[in-house]
Write a protein that binds this ligand. Structure first.
Ligand code: PMP
Length: 394
């Protein structure tokens, strides 16, 4: 039996039960790969153990969110302490104040609101932009993933109402001429331009500086807002990838790393742009969220972010740049920036399994997200496994 057959055979019982109670036996579409992924049992630092006892270096890190790997001692004890004091309240807690202060200082946008996922953060930023500008139209770019809400998935995707397209324009990524032309004809209708400066779905290739600058200039010119989706890219600089571009967005969405391994989302913005949420003002937008600003999430997230200061951000980026350079030198097609890498391969499913057999787990899309839990040996093992997998599949 092959390695994959073995894994699948050992998971048969769970898999058969799963397909009876969940469509296709899975909840997160992005985790699925045929015949069925193994089940995670335990994570410690950079390593995961699956239900068959197989151990892998985790380069997926829950799709980039575990910046310190699994079960980081300080994050775990911060979360456990809060759990023992009560996990959720119908009152705000001091942690949201402290966390908003931390994000304001770090990202350079003064006002913040919390929610539970990147999807929600994007929805909230779009709502803010529409409420603030009094306009409906959203411009976004093809092949950029911004979560699962109607406005940001493919307009022709099943289940998306046809009316959605009326208020959303999807333009080609980094096409300055198309963008300028659209802004010239539609600019006065545009509430916001939503951009990911290094979209993962589009291959994790940074947007050209000129194009990012053009979006800033055109949104300013037409009284529209610039929303930078930093759900994945916030880890690349203390003030995110926008900071590295020298761009100050009107709104930023964050999630993943800021939750310390718990569900999270946040929107940062200029004070006047988030003013519609102000219940003391003429507060036109009411937005709750039973678990928004959850104390367990925020305690874990605070610890995670405090342990990811400028020095650690830069060290992780350097490790990523070095890994990418070595893989490039060996003619492995790899993109990305800093601590985020993306392997390209015509058969990503086979690549995934080949790496998994070699004790390395990447994203099902070839994503590698480094964590501070990785040491030089882990990084060497990742490199060797990638080289061996490409060799096997060539
Ligand atoms: N925006 C970007 C850029 C993302 O990569 C993702 C998730 N991968 C989201 C939004 C949605 O975040 P979540 O999965 O937490 O809803």
């Amino acid at each position: 039996m092959s390695f994959v057959d073995d894994i699948v055979a050992e998971s048969t019982n769970l898999r058969e039960r799963a397909v009876k109670v969940m469509p296709g036996g899975i909840t997160r579409s992005t985790l699925f790969l045929a015949p069925h992924p193994p089940y995670a049992v335990r994570g410690e630092g950079a390593v995961i153990t699956d239900n068959t006892g197989h151990q892998v270096i985790d380069c997926n890190n829950n799709y980039t969110s575990l910046i310190h790997g699994h079960a980081h001692p300080a994050i775990t004890s911060a979360a456990v302490k809060v759990i023992s004091e009560g996990t959720a309240f119908g009152l705000p807690t001091d942690r949201e104040v402290v966390f908003a202060e931390l994000l304001a200082e770090r990202v350079g946008l003064p006002h913040w609101r919390f929610c539970n996922s990147g999807t929600e953060a994007v929805m909230m930023a779009i709502r803010a932009a529409r409420a603030y500008t009094g306009r409906d139209l959203l411009i976004r770019f093809s092949d950029s993933y911004h979560g699962t809400s109607d406005a940001v998935v493919a307009p022709d995707a099943a289940g998306v109402p046809t009316g959605t397209t009326r208020d959303v324009l999807v333009l080609p990524q980094a096409d300055s001429a198309a963008f300028k032309e659209t802004m010239a004809s539609q600019g006065s209708r545009v509430a916001a331009v939503l951009i990911d400066l290094m979209p993962n779905r589009a291959g994790l290739v940074p947007v050209p500086q000129d194009f990012a600058g053009l979006v800033r200039e055109q949104t300013d010119r037409h009284g529209a807002l610039m929303i930078v989706d930093e759900v994945i890219t916030l880890r690349l600089g203390t003030d995110g990838l926008a900071g590295r571009y020298g761009i100050r967005p009107d709104l930023v969405t964050a999630a993943k790393i800021i939750g310390g391994g718990f569900p999270v989302g946040a929107v940062g913005g200029r004070a006047e742009v988030l003013e519609p949420f102000n219940p003391l003002g003429n507060g036109s937008v009411s937005w709750g969220g039973t678990f928004s600003a959850n104390p367990v999430t925020l305690a874990a997230g605070l610890e995670a972010m405090r342990s990811f200061n400028r020095t650690q951000v830069e060290a992780l980026n350097t490790a990523g740049d070095e890994l990418r350079a070595t893989l490039h030198a060996a003619h492995i097609p790899v993109s990305g920036l800093g601590s985020l890498l993306r392997l390209r391969h015509p058969d990503l499913e086979r690549l995934w399994w080949s790496l998994y057999e070699r004790n390395v787990m990447v994203g099902t899309n070839g994503l590698i997200a480094l964590s501070t839990a990785m040491n030089d040996t882990h990084l060497d093992n990742i490199r060797e496994a990638v080289l061996a997998a490409y060799q096997e599949l060539s």
